[in-house]
Design a protein around this ligand. Structure first.
Ligand code: ZN
Length: 271
């Protein structure tokens, strides 16, 4: 009797899973490419949503997660992509934020979101260990490869995804007296929202739209923001639309909602 019951439960579970799978409008197609970084290998994953019925659709922006230990955001985007067109790129190496490689007996370490300008590469290598011209060139090659790989899917810009811990980096970091105050041109804070969940953008139009909807949002000072080699600085200086959706680790529901809201206004605000 007990076994039959378990079997029935199993059948029920299988049926429900099949119904859930068939309910999503898109299936996720996964590809990956390996980038050799001296003896280390970085895997760049690409997830594309394909409609189950009808013709292929694409979004004009691309999702990009660079920090491997910030995977709440990847789970949120994958859920979004099961219902919407789009492409996501994310990196895999050894599970950490920092990427390392060995060359000529030295260990080099860098933050993958600090490698999109020369100044950023210099700072991140120095901060995390060793710097040399040769090391700089290796990291620059990787940064250029990431831009080339993602740019084809970012016709109208980038949506970066990050997660943070409580009581650390937050929208408060950009308020008066905060660590990154000088990097913000404008800020809108909804006091009801968690301070760790906020948008950070290079685009004044999106800033205005998100402020109007009363979301936590920061507009980057594209001209005078500190050159840390991040994708926001790179895109801000090139006039490319960029939004980082930042949320606390584990805030998958909140981050998914933020992705939904942004996608709802992105294309409209381009017209
Ligand atoms: Zn991050």
């Amino acid at each position: 009797m007990y076994k039959t019951c378990n079997y029935r439960r199993y059948l029920c579970f299988v049926c429900l899973s099949m119904i859930a799978m068939s309910c999503s409008s898109y299936r996720l197609s996964k590809q990956k490419v390996s980038y050799p970084l001296m003896e280390n290998t970085i895997t760049i994953h690409k997830v594309t949503s394909k409609p189950r019925k009808g013709k292929e659709e694409t979004a004009s922006y691309v999702f990009f997660n660079m920090h491997e230990n910030e995977n709440t955001s990847v789970r949120a985007v994958k859920k979004f992509l099961k219902e919407n067109p789009g492409v996501l790129f994310y990196l895999e190496h050894d599970g950490n934020r920092i990427i390392s490689f060995r060359m000529d007996g030295e260990i080099y370490r860098f933050d993958p979101n600090r490698i999109f300008t020369d100044e950023g590469i210099r700072k991140t290598l120095l901060r995390h260990g060793h710097f040399s011209k040769e090391g700089h060139d290796v990291v620059q090659g990787f940064g250029t490869f990431l831009i080339k790989t993602t740019a084809a899917y970012a016709q109208s810009g980038y949506v970066a995804l990050h997660n943070n811990g409580p009581n650390a980096y937050s929208i408060m970091s950009y308020q008066a007296g905060g660590q990154y105050e000088a990097d913000a041109q404008a800020i809108h804070q909804n006091e009801e929202m968690d301070i760790d969940d906020f948008y950070f953008t290079t685009d004044s139009l999106l800033f205005a739209e998100l402020s109007n909807k009363n979301w936590n949002v920061v507009l980057q000072n594209n001209e005078e923001g500190l050159d840390d080699g991040s994708l926001s600085i790179y895109t801000g200086r090139k006039g490319i639309r960029y939004v980082n959706i930042e949320a606390e680790h584990g805030h998958k529901k909140a981050q998914l909602k933020m992705i939904d809201v942004l996608s709802g206004i992105w294309e409209e605000s381009l017209k």
